[in-house]
Design a protein around this ligand. Structure first.
Ligand code: X2X
Length: 342
């Protein structure tokens, strides 16, 4: 067969049909990979309700968007410690990231750490009234100004307790000079310095080993985290101080977020926020029931004198200094829910 226009066309068509039926072209891959395949980085082990509920939301999102959005959860610092994940998020290498307002987020948005003021919020009702109310709206506004996207509902890390390998912490005197691991960000350092401890900022991915090797004597976290991260293996005492509440904002990279059409974004937010509401209850229940389980795993529990701690903080001018740091507007937004602190 000589080369003529007719043969060329037939051959051309045939090649196109073969390619479309075969594997490997981008037009084929699009049929089974999501249009928005996004990662969610977290610092907690996979079995913690934070990850379980994000995973569940991700499945609902995939279904309702007909597979267009696929959020893959990377728990347990698989993508790096908090400072690493935060940089990845800001650079666009990570699309979503959960972070405590008092932890790494506060290095960019200092006032987000107002969620962690010591002995401020009385109980979970007060916390969620504040963060679903005017205080939360204000903080989300500041996060937005820092060019990050934040979902409306804050996730529950819980009220924090102190664990040690050395002794029970019943009053502030027991903390005197104690080397205690705290997360990054200024709030934790000011709180534990005001209580005369020796706080050291260490990323969560290094907490277990720093307790095991006794780089620090203790740490503080909610029982759900002590359990999920198996900190009971390297700690002896758990003091129920409830010294601060802590919560996670679910942050998004703005460019990645805006690539999704508004109707798709609404579906994503709807399921993530519904997941947060369920996760809050999961953690409340876990924190209420875990003491028995953890006692069974060898942790010795004791109560702590919350009033003595609050008095020490007052005498150390902790509240007056924090008020100055946060400013009148933020401080009164908080006191609207907590009552007067300074
Ligand atoms: O780093 C911690 O201790 C943790 C897991 O509670 C936070 O993310 C603040």
């Amino acid at each position: 067969m000589g080369f003529n226009r007719r043969n060329f066309l037939i051959t051309g068509t045939g090649a196109a049909v073969v390619a479309a039926a075969g594997v490997g072209g981008p037009w084929v891959r699009r049929a089974n990979a999501a249009e928005f395949a996004y990662k969610v980085g977290t610092n907690l082990p996979a079995n913690h309700p934070l990850n379980v509920r994000i995973q569940e939301a991700s499945e609902a999102i995939k279904k309702e968007t007909d597979g267009r959005v696929d959020l893959r959860v990377f728990p347990n610092n698989q993508l790096g410690g908090d400072p690493d994940m935060f940089s990845q998020l800001r650079a666009g290498a990570l699309e979503f990231y959960t972070v405590s307002g008092a932890n790494t987020l506060s290095t960019l948005v200092p006032k987000a750490s107002i969620s962690g003021v010591g002995f401020a919020y009385k109980d979970y009702d007060q916390v969620f009234a504040a963060f679903d109310g005017d205080l939360g709206a204000h903080i989300r506004g500041l996060i937005g100004k820092a060019n990050l996207v934040v979902q409306d509902k804050i996730w529950n890390n819980g009220f924090r307790q102190i664990t040690t390998s050395t002794k029970p912490i019943k009053t502030p005197a027991d903390l005197q000079g104690m080397k205690i691991r705290v997360p990054g960000g200024r709030l934790w350092i000011s709180l534990f310095k005001a209580l005369s401890a020796a706080p050291a900022s260490i990323s969560f991915n290094e907490v277990y080993s720093s307790l095991q090797t006794k780089v620090v004597d203790g740490q503080e976290n909610a029982l759900a985290v002590v359990d999920a991260a198996k900190l009971y293996e390297v700690q002896k005492y758990c003091s129920m101080t409830n010294h601060m509440w802590d919560g996670y904002w679910l942050l998004g990279n703005k460019t990645a977020w805006e690539k999704m059409p508004p109707t798709v974004r609404d579906i994503v937010s709807k399921h993530l926020n519904a997941g947060a509401l369920k996760q809050r209850q999961d953690v409340i229940q876990l924190n209420a029931s875990l003491q028995k389980t953890l006692e069974g795993r060898g942790l010795a529990f004791n109560a702590a004198d919350a009033n003595a701690f609050r008095q020490t903080l007052k005498s150390a001018n902790f509240y007056t200094e924090q008020k100055q740091y946060f400013g009148d507007e933020e401080w009164s937004l908080m006191e609207k829910y907590t009552g007067k602190l300074a």
